[in-house]
Design a protein around this ligand. Structure first.
Ligand code: HEM
Length: 495
């Protein structure tokens, strides 16, 4: 009897605890966890994440949790959850990305947390509207130089062509004049290593480096390159006004606040952030426009009406002229809408209620700009490339359409957003000298870059190269320059 009584108490206690836990779990969103411990549904999710998210939304409703690689990722797809993601103080950007930054650039978590806000404020200021004019001169000079290097005739895969233009233009403008290699072998190496690093960035952010030999080799190559070049980069200040480039200003903060050994790591992170959107956004903008003959015609007519017809070697472009080319800006934004990041993330730091569910602290709250931009409630006929939908946005004030979240949102929204739209859109380029007297054939050897870009739009499936002949570079000139990208499409699997 003496023994039975405590046993009954323990059993009852366990039962009450179990029921309480059950109740608590009842208030959690449905969880897709699979049967493999720790890995959960990691394999299925990793194979095709975007499809996985959409199928789960249809099956489980607007909010659901995916358990993979030891992480609980709770996806929100409707207004209430989106508002919490974008505005709540109970969710945190820095804690969500610190591990990714550690794995991909070897920046220790304490260093990242200590420097992040200061660096962010500097980057946002330097790339903000007031300072954009500082990039104008060098940007157009660099672009012109790269176009000259390309020659006047030739055939190239569009993806390759965009890379050949944008890698050097971006690096030389944001990092340091003449930093991009000029020797053919080195250029090839740069391209190869950057592509390898960018393509497997999502895996690199979660798997041990020993499982990713190529990726790890590329990471080391860039870290060594920065280590070798940083003294030169720091020494070479602008002769005109002694102003610093984006990288110089970053290194200045990193070395004042921590130690020199972190400089190459921040160099790599900034390189990736700035380049990884450039190729996809520029490529897809060109691809969409070229595959819509009516839009292509309107863009070309706009360019000719502002700059005159092709034939002159060099053309002076004033800011007023460029303001008239609003259609190109809409095309860039419409492309970014369709090729938006797969997911962005925040860490839940205090339990938060969404649609009567309680999301526990420790979860990663996930939002998919890619799918949000395909919700017909917010973007009618979402799969169609319709630049004119941007007529409604107040672009002069840099405000986008409702529910456009390609650049994230809140305190740490992408600091490069104004620059990147301005950069690929000539409507903000002042006093550019552009040569529009070139001919180039392009082909579609590859399907196009970017994680959400693995599948070409159906109308690009059977390209008609003759359509692009002679017009490509005219268009590139109107549009090109650059932006970073799939930075956008981080698969933040690891918190
Ligand atoms: C089409 C172009 C671009 C897209 C779609 C894009 C997208 C994004 C997104 C989604 C984030 C995360 C924001 C969040 O979670 O709220 C981000 C962060 C960031 N982006 Fe971009 N970005 C673009 C261009 C650029 C450019 C040109 C730069 C130039 C360096 C840049 C630098 C950064 C940096 C440094 C961060 C991290 C901010 C932080 O640590 O707080 N981005 N970007």
């Amino acid at each position: 009897m003496e023994l039975i009584f405590p046993t009954v108490i323990i059993i009852l206690g366990c039962l009450v605890l179990f029921l309480l836990l059950q109740r608590k779990n009842l208030r959690r969103p449905p969880c897709i966890r699979g049967w493999i411990p720790w890995i959960g549904v990691g394999f299925e999710f990793g194979k095709a994440p975007l499809e996985f998210i959409e199928k789960a939304r249809i099956k489980y409703g607007p909010i659901f949790t995916v358990f993979a690689m030891g992480n609980r990722m709770t996806f929100v797809t409707e207004e209430e959850g989106i508002n919490v993601f974008l505005k709540s103080k109970k969710v945190d950007f820095e804690l969500a990305v610190q591990n990714i930054v550690y794995h991909t650039a070897s920046i220790p978590k304490n260093v990242f947390l200590a420097l992040h806000e200061k660096l962010y404020i500097m980057l946002k200021g330097k790339m903000g509207t007031v300072n954009l004019h500082q990039f104008t001169g060098q940007l157009t000079e660099e672009l012109h130089e790269q176009l000259e290097n390309l020659g006047t005739h030739g055939t190239m895969d569009l993806n390759n062509l965009v890379r050949h233009l944008l890698y050097p233009v971006t690096v030389n403008t944001l990092f340091n004049k003449s930093w991009f290699p000029t020797n053919k072998k080195k250029i090839k190496e740069f391209h190869q290593y950057f592509q390898a690093y960018d393509e497997d960035f999502e895996y690199g952010s979660q798997l041990p480096e020993c499982l990713l030999r190529n990726w790890s080799k590329s990471k080391k190559w860039f870290l060594e390159l920065f280590e070798k070049n940083i003294p030169d980069i720091k020494a070479c200040k602008s002769a005109k006004d002694n102003s610093m480039t984006l990288l110089q200003a970053t290194l200045d903060i990193v070395e004042t606040e921590t130690s020199k050994e972190n400089s190459p790591k921040y160099g790599l992170l900034l390189l990736w952030a700035s380049l990884s959107n450039a190729v996809p956004v520029a490529f897809w903008t060109l691809a969409y426009v070229l595959s819509h003959p009516d839009i292509h015609k309107a863009v070309m007519e706009g360019i000719s009406s502002v700059f005159g017809t092709a034939g002159k070697d060099k053309i002076k472009v004033s800011e007023d002229d460029l303001e008239k080319l609003l259609l190109i800006k809409w095309c860039v934004l419409e492309t970014i809408r369709l090729k938006a990041p797969g997911v962005i993330t925040r860490k839940v730091v205090k339990p938060v209620e969404i649609l009567n569910y309680i999301i526990p602290s420790g979860d990663l709250l996930m939002l998919s700009p890619f799918w949000l931009h395909r919700n017909p409630k917010y973007f009618p006929e979402p799969e169609l490339f319709k630049p004119e939908r941007w007529k409604k946005a107040n672009l002069e004030k840099h405000s986008f359409l409702d529910c456009f979240v390609a650049f994230g949102s809140g305190k740490f929204q992408c600091p490069g957003r104004v620059l990147s739209i301005w950069w690929v859109s000539p409507s903000q380029k002042g006093n550019a000298e552009l040569n529009i007297n070139k001919e180039y054939d392009i082909c579609w050897a590859s399907q196009g870059p970017g994680p959400s870009a693995g599948v070409a739009p159906p109308h690009l499936a059977a390209p008609r190269p003759e359509l692009y002949k002679k017009t490509l570079l005219h268009f590139v000139l109107g549009l090109s320059s650059r932006t970073h990208s799939n930075g956008a499409c981080l698969w933040y699997l690891q918190q």
